[in-house]
Design a protein around this ligand. Sequence first.
Ligand code: ADP
Length: 166
Amino acid sequence: MSTPLTAIYPGSFDPVTNGHLDIIGRARVLFDRVIVAVLVNAEKHPMFSCAERVEILRNVTRLWDNVEVDTFDGLLVHYAVARKARVVLRAIRAVTDYDYEFQMALMNRRMQPDIETIFMVPGEAYSYLSSSLVKEVCELGGSVNSLVPPLVESLLHEKIGRDKPS
Ligand code: ADP
């Protein structure tokens, strides 16, 4: 039997959006296992704690049995080796993502030549969507309905302390 092909989808997921879920949903039919890995990053000031982000991700991916949610710290390639993953999955939404992702992919390959970065493209409805934009819109009282799962929408309103826009 061949070794199961595991892909790691790393990110901040602060919070997970329907764009992230679109990628996870596409990836889970291509790979035997997808590990969604939440970066424990002390430099950023996240709206949701790492534990909250993991809990939300586990909840919204619970029906996908080959999707696992985990956290990682330090170098992604070290984590990938530890998890026996051959693939790092990233999404390119628009050309603005490209430069940074290209540099990261080449740096990761330099450090760990056996690990391949694969880029996926989300559905066009999600190409303008980012976690930070969602938080900003919500903070300013706009609706994020259909941009994030319903659980995330209510948690955002709880955090921000605003009622849902009608
Ligand atoms: P990071 O801080 O690592 O960019 P994000 O949570 O913002 O963390 O993104 C994690 C991954 O998900 C990245 O590959 C990013 O390009 C991708 N991503 C972010 N927003 C979307 C979206 N709307 N649709 C598809 N993929 C997305």
